[in-house]
Design a protein around this ligand. Sequence first.
Ligand code: NAD
Length: 562
Amino acid sequence: MPNPKEHSTMEHPKQEVLQVFKKGIDLVRDPILNKGTAFSEKEREEFNLQGLLPPHVSTFEDQVQRVTENYRRKDTDIGKYIFLEALHDRNEILYYALLLRNLEEMTPIIYTPTVGLACQLYGHIFRRTRGMYMPAKAKGNFKKIINNWPEENVNVIVVTDGSRILGLGDLGASGIGIPIGKLALYVACAGIHPSGTLPVVIDVGTDNENLLKDQLYLGEKHRRITGEKYYDIIDECVVAAYERWPKALIQFEDFTNDHAFPLLKKYREKLLCFNDDIQGTGGVALAGLLAGLRITKEKLSDQRIIFLGAGSAAVGIADMIVAGMVEEGLSEQEARKRFWFLDSKGLVTTTRGDKLAEHKIPYAREEKYIETLLDAVKNVKPTILMGVSKQPGAFDEQVVREMKKHVDIPVIFALSNPTSKSECTPSQAYEWTDGNVVYASGSPFEPIKYKGKTYATGQGNNMYIFPGVGLGAIVCKATKITDSMFYAAAKTLANLISKEDLKKGRVYPDLNDIRKISAHIAVSVCEVAYSEGIAWEKRPENLLEIVKSKMFQPVYFQYDAV
Ligand code: NAD
């Protein structure tokens, strides 16, 4: 029997299914095994498919053309999302082939910003179940429930409690759209096998009044469970998943930061896990900054950085920059002095009077309180302005022009998502700095024209980093994920940005190179794991080749060669 690993060498979880030869309508209804109209005459005969499919056998290219036409016919983003998810649910090979060929066009649909709208509308657009729902009412039974998942091998689990979906807030169980989207990116960008991915939402209720009142909302209809009971529910789910798949990577996603930090602290040394909002964001922002400094020709350790927002993203990014400054020779304490954090109450200081959340304390300043961003910019004269506040328009003309007075090329990252939450747009940043700016956004923006020149601004999208980190961790069988892995990933990404991209103002590379990028990031992650002694596998000689060979390719399995 030919080896199904031929086209996707990551331990193929479907091998057993193939060996028992699923037949007839069951084969057509299995989204990973299905080839739809592309089943050959021989396959149709062999697997009892005759009469179940239109008679003409399509080529793969015909199928790609058909779904591309259908996709482009949809005139709303949510319509495109629904179309892509329907394809995802019926033919994953075709879905990933389509996605990989149109990554730049379709990522904003399957991920931010459209996925945010899809989550908001989840109970209204729901078609077919995907992933696992762990409802609070089932507490005590999660070990039993996790066994209902049909796949024996799971490589990556993305889990949310739906409490802080993008910049949109509490969307309860409707937040499942985020793990689904992130895992689609794992497959597309890093070639994790689709059947080895598991999206999970832990449903502890919601405080979103609209959802509680919505007849079609699909989650548990009660307020969020809090305190010790909350942590007990999360723990029971995490342990259940760990016991069934001890080597699987668990990615925590879109938890409010009062839970995100304690959960990361609790599990990061015990199992293979990370929090993408903290560590992934840190990695991708640092990569963009390192690339930006290739334009301004400055050192990281010389920067003065104002953060608007002091949540998970801010701390994740700042910690990663601190690591970079330390590598350039500063002490951790000296490095932290180069940061000014502003939250909803103004500059975060030790003397402000309110009780600071634990994650803000390392960045609290021992100086006079400043209330507004404009005053902070006047005082600090920052070289970098980092927007992670979910406050649209917060980097207004006055703030940006004030910043430009003190620095030749301001570095402005407006990272809040979705697009509607962005602190400023690229056109504004270019306009208000007379075209002298290094700009990156969290959500995608069309290229802009300024004084006759086109700038394709970069999107500091976590998808540049987390898929490669996950792939690396799986390939070397890492026992845990460390910050040094994200730091190594950031440096690798920054070095992959071409001079041509930098000339166009882009501080992130072309998404079409994502498979190459993920492979290199995976290698750098493996190297860290080998050197820190936290890999089960021994280092192979041809690491890059091994990493590439583990990537799933969206190509049909040749059943008729069986
Ligand atoms: P969070 O809820 O943890 O933090 C938000 C922070 O903003 C809080 O510290 C809050 O006090 C502060 N804030 C609220 N109102 C403010 C105001 N008026 N002025 C100043 N600060 C204010 O959220 P997070 O996880 O840190 O994410 C923040 C944003 O960054 C979101 O929009 C998210 O989508 C985005 N993000 C982008 C990327 C990326 O581009 N790669 C990655 C992660 C997060």
